[in-house]
Design a protein around this ligand. Structure first.
Ligand SMILES: CC(C)(COP(=O)(O)OP(=O)(O)OC[C@H]1O[C@@H](n2cnc3c(N)ncnc32)[C@H](O)[C@@H]1OP(=O)(O)O)[C@@H](O)C(=O)NCCC(=O)NCCS
Length: 158
């Protein structure tokens, strides 16, 4: 039986994460970028394992009432199986638990799969950053999901 689990990312995971990172992204984060996330009190970093091997990961920052998803990736053989959506559900639950009012992210305008994942997770386009990506000068969509229940909590809570 396939054993799948989502866990907090640890330093010991970085070799595996970096191998996937270099396969997935034309501008991969450096290992030091991930170390920075793991050391940050504002970061929430997850890995998804199947039978102990990491096949995906995601990182989020929550600073005061603003959350942002900084990366999400699923290794090629495991894509389109619902794993990114599972990571997304965990991230968004965490952001809501931390009383974030909204969650933002940036995505390449050509990344239709990711845009589709974000739209179906409740994100809407709120802006465009022109020539945001230095490798091919591609534009970035800025997308946001609002947590309306938390807004209500904020107004009524004292
Ligand atoms: C984008 C990415 C994270 C999606 O991961 P995934 O595990 O394949 O996604 P899931 O299987 O959970 O699917 C979630 C949604 O993504 C979209 N999606 C997934 N595979 C798709 C495909 N082949 N074509 C179009 N949309 C697709 C769909 O909206 C899907 O929802 P649905 O199944 O209800 O229709 C993955 O393709 C990836 O790692 N890409 C490279 C790294 C990257 O671009 N990260 C995002 C940076 S902003």
């Amino acid at each position: 039986m396939v054993r799948q689990r989502i866990e907090i990312m640890e330093i010991a995971d970085l070799d595996e994460v970096m191998q996937i990172e270099r396969r997935l992204f034309s501008l991969p984060w450096r290992e030091s970028d991930y170390r920075g996330e793991l050391e940050s009190q504002f970061s929430y970093n997850l890995v998804l394992r199947i039978d102990n091997a990491i096949v995906g990961y995601a990182c989020m920052r929550v600073i005061l009432d603003e959350a942002s998803i900084t990366t999400i990736g699923i290794d090629y053989p495991y894509q389109s199986l619902g794993f990114a959506r599972q990571l997304m559900v965990h991230l968004l639950q965490y952001a809501e638990m931390k009383r974030a009012l909204f969650c933002d992210l940036e995505v390449r305008v050509s990344n239709k799969r990711a845009i589709s994942l974000y739209q179906s997770s409740g994100f809407n386009v709120i802006g465009l950053r022109k020539k945001y990506y230095p490798d091919n000068h591609e534009d970035a969509l800025v997308m946001r999901k609002e947590f309306s229940e938390n807004e209500e909590y904020n107004y009524t809570g004292r």
